[in-house]
Design a protein around this ligand. Structure first.
Ligand SMILES: Nc1nc2c(ncn2[C@@H]2O[C@H](COP(=O)(O)OP(=O)(O)OP(=O)(O)O)[C@@H](O)[C@H]2O)c(=O)[nH]1
Ligand SMILES: [Mg+2]
Length: 194
């Protein structure tokens, strides 16, 4: 398969729902706690290390950055939730955005929930899963940074997540080692196709 993900371009950054482009095509929301590895995964998916900014400092991504993969598919890189320094008001603004986005956005295809494999299923992750279930939006769980754990510990963490949530794909990746990235591309394409 041709990796057209590598032709992904930056579209725009927005901070409110009304600034989003026309509601058409297939959108995937990249969500998860700050520092989970969302922006790094986006760069790996697109084989472009300069596309989304990544950082050791949580809270790197400040706006919702939209990326156009091909004519139909868009990826939305969300700022991490639960980043304490972003303040209560900011959190409220994001919650408002999410609520409106989940409620109104017809092109929303699936939410991709990123979790550091060493710290999966924290309260805010569970809240997001509940929100997806409440609005009947499909979600994909991505466990990141698997290069940080032994195979045995990876399996333990994966089993733990599988036990806790039913009926959703779980992908394990390492953006730095380029593991599981092709699988994630395939799943995105499958969801866009359905
Ligand atoms: N070892 C390892 N480090 C990773 C991996 N993915 C991301 N990181 C590191 O984790 C840190 C956070 O990554 P980001 O991609 O910026 O995380 P984010 O979820 O976009 O964070 P926010 O923008 O703050 O929400 C960076 O220092 C990355 O280099 C991985 O697969 N393996
Ligand atoms: Mg980011």
């Amino acid at each position: 398969m041709k990796n057209f993900f590598s032709e992904t371009t930056f579209l725009k950054g927005v901070i409110k729902y009304s600034s989003l482009p026309h509601d058409e095509g297939y959108e995937f929301l990249l969500a998860g706690r700050s520092n989970a590895g969302k922006s790094s995964a986006l760069n790996s998916l697109t084989s472009n290390s300069k596309l989304a900014r990544t950082s050791k400092m949580p809270g790197r991504t400040q706006e919702i950055n939209l990326f156009q993969v091909n004519e139909e598919i868009k990826l939305l890189d969300l700022p991490g939730y639960g980043f304490s320094k972003s303040g209560k008001q900011k959190q409220k603004d994001w919650n408002k955005f999410l609520q409106e986005y989940f409620e109104c956005r017809r092109s929303l295809c699936a939410v991709i929930i990123f979790m550091d494999i060493r710290h999966p299923l924290k309260t805010l992750d569970m809240q997001l899963i509940d929100l997806c279930e409440c609005y009947q939006i499909p979600f994909i769980v991505v466990l990141t940074k698997i290069d940080k754990l032994t195979k045995h510990k990876q399996k333990q963490a994966q089993d733990f997540v599988e036990m806790a949530i039913n009926d959703c794909p779980i992908v394990t990746i390492s953006s730095t080692k380029n593991l599981g990235i092709e699988k994630l591309r395939e799943i995105i394409l499958k969801y866009a196709d359905e």
